[in-house]
Design a protein around this ligand. Structure first.
Ligand code: CP
Ligand code: NVA
Length: 308
């Protein structure tokens, strides 16, 4: 079997992605009400180890992957890249060759997407993208799981992304074709998604529309999505806040979406910047279900990667 990397959603087949979400729903239901540290019946990844490398901060990704492996009966090894020889110049390639001799899979949160791709090219074990400057595929699997739990049928749904056309936006774009939803992206002109990501979605037959106002993007949307205006690694904070301010999601903007529209945000959030407290802490917000579902979705991603 070819090594199954999970570095970007657009690289997987639609049926594999669907299978991952189905398995996540099943596994979550099967352990409802259990203590969180109790392994799943069958402990599918018993005897398996996941290494996690972090070049950037993390709360959700770190704890959800750690608990995912525990519930699957496996183990984790976690390191900040700055504490490794990687942090003093050892090559990505040699790091990949070495870790491939110790563990069964690697999750990487990287500054440069290219480094995850290089790692995956050299590694002899599956590599999972735990966020890069270009994409955040695990987040979007959790988000889609959450929408389905809340009664949204993805095929034909209208999703609206508002704010910075960033890494999280890119992974939503990558999921549009395989899951059959349309994506309206509202950004200032200088914050539009990369042409590369637009080309992928278009090539795969996904529906995307780009707008230069938040109001136009959310018009009639079933789901409104926001993310921080200042991602990890962004330098121009005050400029970004000024440019992106008109794209804040508040009650007035939500009123332009479809009745009953849901609100998503991957967290961490900055109330009063990209979203009002009223919206993120209000009844349409699914943000803490999203955070929980990182755990359930990633368990299914790990099983898919390892073919178990
Ligand atoms: N949403 C997300 O990836 O959160 P962390 O940065 O805390 O991992
Ligand atoms: N776009 C954000 C997501 C954090 C989970 C960032 O890259 O910092």
């Amino acid at each position: 079997m070819a090594i199954r990397h999970f570095t970007d959603i657009w690289k997987l087949q639609a049926e594999d992605l669907r299978g991952i979400l189905d398995q996540a729903h099943q596994m979550k239901a099967a352990r409802a009400g259990w203590p969180r540290g109790r392994p799943d019946a069958g402990a599918a990844l018993s005897g398996h180890s996941l290494a996690m490398l972090f070049e950037k901060n993390s709360t959700r990704t770190r704890f959800s992957f750690d608990m995912a492996m525990r519930q699957l009966g496996g183990e984790t090894l976690i390191a900040a890249a700055s504490e490794m020889q990687l942090g003093r110049g050892e090559s990505v390639e040699d790091t990949a060759r070495v870790l491939s001799r110790y563990v069964d899979a690697v999750m990487i949160r990287a500054n440069r997407h290219e480094d995850i791709e290089t790692f995956a090219e050299v590694a002899t074990i599956p590599v999972i993208n735990g966020l890069s400057d270009r994409s955040h595929p695990c987040q979007i699997m959790a988000d889609l799981l959450t929408l389905e739990e809340h009664g949204v049928t993805l095929k034909g749904a209208r999703l609206a992304w508002v704010g910075d056309g960033n890494n999280v936006c890119a992974s939503f774009m990558h999921a549009a074709a395989p899951f059959g939803f349309s994506l309206a992206v509202g950004t200032p002109t200088d914050y539009q998604p990369a042409d590369w990501d637009v080309d992928i979605i278009t090539h795969q037959g996904g529906q995307i529309e780009q707008f230069s106002s938040a109001e136009a993007a959310v018009d009639g949307a079933d789901v409104v999505i926001a993310d921080t205006f200042i991602s990890m690694g962004d330098a121009d904070a005050s400029q970004r806040l000024a440019d992106l301010g008109p794209f804040r999601v508040d009650e007035a903007l939500m009123a332009k979406a479809a009745p009953g529209a849901k609100f998503l945000h991957c967290l961490p959030a900055h109330r009063g910047e990209e979203v009002s407290a009223e919206v993120i802490d209000g009844p349409r917000s699914l943000v803490f279900d999203e955070a929980e579902n990182r755990l359930h979705a990633q368990k299914a991603v790990l099983r898919w990667c390892l073919g178990l």
